[in-house]
Design a protein around this ligand. Structure first.
Ligand SMILES: Cc1cc2nc3c(=O)[nH]c(=O)nc-3n(C[C@H](O)[C@H](O)[C@H](O)COP(=O)(O)O)c2cc1C
Length: 174
């Protein structure tokens, strides 16, 4: 049987799949980004692109898929919270990785003193003001300046962290 040459499109989509697999070997923690969406409602999304960027000013960043159904909600939000998940939050992480907000459970969130929704029993959370947005390919990087944090510095971690490695949730604690 004659061998068919892959088309240019097939080749580049194979390379992207390889890139995705390779990046999956970079183990990360898992967070939930949340923004208020009306008086009683919350928009929330599981992310693992969270990164600490700068100490002075205190900046963090995460990247948002341009085709997220709630893209405008996150990109337009003046403030957002990032809750760092513990290992016991794998179910919650799956819930907020589902498309749309149909799986939203208001009882997962408490309101911070600043009025932002946060996961009450997360390992920790940060509250951020949008600092800038930066378009980056099929994602948009959202930079935030941290204005509040919990728990206060010096508290030992309350639990083991949730990890994400090779396409699956995992343990990354000691
Ligand atoms: C472990 C994990 C990490 C994720 N990280 C990101 C991320 O950093 N940025 C992002 O836009 N989506 C990320 N996603 C996908 C979103 O959680 C998912 O697409 C989103 O909740 C669907 O929302 P939508 O209905 O607004 O499209 C991640 C999913 C999982 C399971």
């Amino acid at each position: 049987m004659p061998k068919t040459e892959p088309t240019e499109d097939q080749t580049s989509s194979d390379i992207r799949a390889d890139f995705r697999k390779l990046m999956g070997l970079f183990a990360t923690g898992v967070c939930v980004v949340a923004v208020p969406a009306g008086p009683q409602s919350v928009s929330a999304m599981t992310i693992n692109s969270f990164v600490s960027v700068s100490l002075d000013p205190m900046l963090v960043c995460w990247s948002l898929q341009n085709d997220a159904s709630q893209f405008d909600t996150y990109a337009d939000a003046d403030m957002f919270s990032v809750s760092i998940l513990a290992e016991r939050h794998a179910g919650l992480a799956r819930r907020y990785a589902a498309r749309g907000d149909t799986m939203l459970r208001p009882q997962d969130f408490i309101q911070s003193a600043n009025g932002l929704p946060v996961i009450g029993d997360a390992l920790g959370h940060l509250e951020c003001r949008r600092w800038s947005l930066f378009p980056a390919g099929d994602h948009t990087m959202i930079f935030g300046e941290v204005f509040a944090m919990h728990p206060p510095a010096g508290n030992p971690p309350s639990d083991e962290p949730l990890g994400f490695f090779n396409g699956a949730f995992c343990s990354i604690g000691t």
